[in-house]
Design a protein around this ligand. Sequence first.
Ligand SMILES: [Zn+2]
Length: 226
Amino acid sequence: MMEEGGFIGIKKQDKAYDIENRYGYCVEEMYSSAFYNTRPEQFFEFYKKEMLLHAPEDTASGPALAAMEKAGKLQCVIDSNIYDKARRGGCRNVINLHGSIYQNQCPRCKKKYPLSYILSARRVPLCDECNIPVRPMISLIGEMVDSQNMTKTTEEITKADTLLLLGTTLASEVFKQYISYFSGENLVIIHKEAHYSDKDASMVILDHPMNVLPLLGYGEEKQENA
Ligand SMILES: [Zn+2]
């Protein structure tokens, strides 16, 4: 189970040109480890304004996935979106392939900080013990994806009977490699726009996952009782 977004989303929104005009650097440049290390002030200005304050709102997808998980129909969510929508919706077994904006840590003493700490910092959020920048635990361009996450993702996909691709395609740069490990029965894709690679799926539903997932009805019983 997967979905894309975050940094990729900002590129898709046609905002990239506007951002480059305002900051004097392109999105790819600013969302990189090199930029984070050499220009932390500018990095955090961009990160807070463009990535955090313009974060996409939570949708019906998260709670619908959580209901599927609770019903025993969903083993694992692999999320490439840094906004952690599945876990916020109530899913428990989630792999955040590219990290999460909700996890922030001092690289030296490992003290953890909430998102509000990053948002409320006037400039660079500093560890109150070490006085060095607190690191959002997201993968920036130029960094390796966490190897434990990669291994766990590969394991989950290898043992899956059904793979549900949400808001992405079989040609996804992020997921293509992982999908090659899938040898189960059903490969189901739910996304808005048809894609040439859809032909290799067992089933394709052309709509936003947030419109489709609640229709599976796993959350209904709970709503009736409530
Ligand atoms: Zn520290």
